[in-house]
Design a protein around this ligand. Structure first.
Ligand SMILES: Cc1cc2nc3c(=O)[nH]c(=O)nc-3n(C[C@H](O)[C@H](O)[C@H](O)COP(=O)(O)OP(=O)(O)OC[C@H]3O[C@@H](n4cnc5c(N)ncnc54)[C@H](O)[C@@H]3O)c2cc1C
Length: 449
């Protein structure tokens, strides 16, 4: 049995700490904030249930995340998204256009012009690409054409990463697509073949919980009771004669304890704020901290149902860069899951900023509310002012899988090789989606288990 310090208690830290505890280790998770969960959190305000960060957990049937939920008896408590959420909209001009979900629907859809639809017919005949470091934008443009990039992939990337396809490396951002090209050449034919193979098999589920996604992190924290310290900001990690000394601030007092192993799950931008003493590879620690982040503000508005004319019959809508708007997209949160708004009201969650317009995320509260309402008014046909509003700011929202990811992964590997029993994970290395975070945390916490 080893004594192990887990730094940070977001989803990665909590999952890793649980896994290490189950393997019989003596674990202590140190969390700087007053609560665990990191960017995952569900808050009740004036009868509205707000997600401060992630809104949905997409569970593939064969994923480590689904096994975790099953082990924790959380699958019965989980709620699937409203089937209406299968419908997703993209803004084109003044109109919200439903994103086609099948090749036949695409033909009849107004999302792409006739020229762009004809261009898709070329795709099965195109050769494989040669550049392993191709950006997502170049990959999609080469295979599917510029309009698919502008009206399908660009808004999707801004919805997931608050970033631009031009900054993303295709094999990091969408590894499955790159794999299809490698193995089957055509994305369209390969995609159709895969869909056929998957027919009749369980589908990916889009989940939350009646009280919000924080149920998962709260349950993990309860299971770890006695093994977590909150308000414990780690300040120093130092190699000792045997193992590691970790120093943190607790109630304005500095505390130091010794551990056999340290597993760091802190966000990349926080790694640089810690003193790493006697750690081989100081240069690699600097490289690890260099993830690219942009600020995002999450702007919530509640309306009386009758004050929004749009039926809100979907997941929400995304805005392509080409449309030159001031918002990235809006979730129809009260359609997505029940219990998000008081009776007779609806909740809209809008994202502002990201790589496209980082400066907008930093506007004052009043300006942000004004800007969002001005954008939403004609699109959703708002007949009155919101009866509820709230903002959550993320100055360094999402670590991008851009050109720096290879360097960061290599740096983490070198540090781990040169410093036995010092390990790293987190969304900046494992991937930003919750299932990727969970898988990464399980992997990094299982090798000595
Ligand atoms: C706005 C937004 C929307 C998102 N939407 C989705 C979505 O719908 N679906 C999805 O799958 N993913 C989504 N994501 C991504 C996903 O939520 C994150 O990738 C994931 O939650 C990150 O978890 P983490 O444990 O790596 O980091 P974090 O949650 O950042 O946790 C790190 C923890 O370390 C703590 N810490 C920092 N410094 C110290 C220190 N010195 N000492 C001790 N502790 C410290 C922090 O307080 C924090 O609790 C979203 C993210 C954001 C920001």
């Amino acid at each position: 049995m080893s004594r192990i310090a887990v730094l940070g208690a977001g989803i990665c830290g909590l999952v890793a700490a649980r896994n290490l505890g189950l393997s019989g280790h003596d674990v202590l998770a140190l969390e700087a904030g007053p609560e665990t969960g990191g960017v995952m959190g569900s808050e009740k305000h004036d009868g509205y249930l707000l997600e401060i960060g992630p809104n949905t957990l997409a569970l593939r049937p064969d994923s480590a995340a689904i096994s975790l939920l099953a082990e924790m008896d959380l699958l019965e408590e989980a709620v699937d998204a409203n089937p209406k959420a299968d419908k997703r909209f993209v803004l084109r001009g003044e109109k919200l256009i439903s994103v086609p979900t099948s090749p036949s629907a695409l033909l009849g859809s107004g999302l792409l012009s006739l020229g762009a639809k004809l261009r898709l017919l070329l795709e099965p005949f195109l050769p494989r690409g040669k550049d392993p470091d191709e950006t997502l934008a170049a990959f999609v443009k080469r295979r599917l054409g510029k309009e698919v990039l502008d009206y399908a992939v660009d808004p999707f990337v801004s919805g997931v990463y608050a970033s631009k396809p031009e900054s993303m490396i295709a094999r990091h951002a969408f590894p499955k697509l790159v794999e299809i090209e490698k193995e089957r050449r055509s994305l369209i034919l390969g995609g159709m073949a895969l869909a056929k193979e998957r027919k009749g098999k369980p589908k990916t589920r889009l989940l939350s919980f009646p009280k919000g996604l924080a149920t998962l992190t709260q349950r993990l924290s309860q299971d770890l009771a006695g093994c977590i310290k909150t308000n414990a900001k780690v300040q120093k990690v130092r190699r000792a004669t045997a193992g590691w000394e970790v120093e943190w601030m607790e109630d304005e007092e500095s505390k130091t304890e010794c551990f056999d192993t340290v597993l760091c799950t802190l966000p990349a931008h926080k790694i640089a704020s810690i003193k790493w003493e006697k750690v081989n590879s100081q240069e690699d620690l600097k490289a690890l901290a260099k993830a690219t982040h942009y600020p995002v503000s999450v702007v919530y508005h509640g309306f009386r149902r009758e004050d929004v004319e749009h039926p809100l019959d979907g997941f929400g809508f995304l805005v392509p860069s080409k449309e030159n708007r001031s918002i990235l997209g809006t979730l129809f949160s009260s359609t997505l899951f029940a219990g998000r708004a008081p009776e007779g009201h609806v909740l809209l969650t809008t994202f502002v900023g990201g790589e496209r317009q980082p400066e907008l995320a930093e506007k004052s509260d009043d300006d942000l509310h004004r800007l969002v309402i001005e954008e939403l008014r004609p699109i959703l046909v708002l007949n009155d002012s919101p009866s509820f509003q709230h903002i959550r700011r993320w100055p360094q929202a999402i670590p991008l899988p851009d050109h720096s990811l290879d360097d960061r992964l290599a740096a983490a590997q070198r540090i781990e090789q040169r410093n036995p029993e010092l390990r790293f994970t987190g969304s900046h290395l494992a991937g930003v989606s919750l299932p990727d975070c969970i898988e990464g945390a399980l992997k990094q916490s299982s090798t000595d288990g």
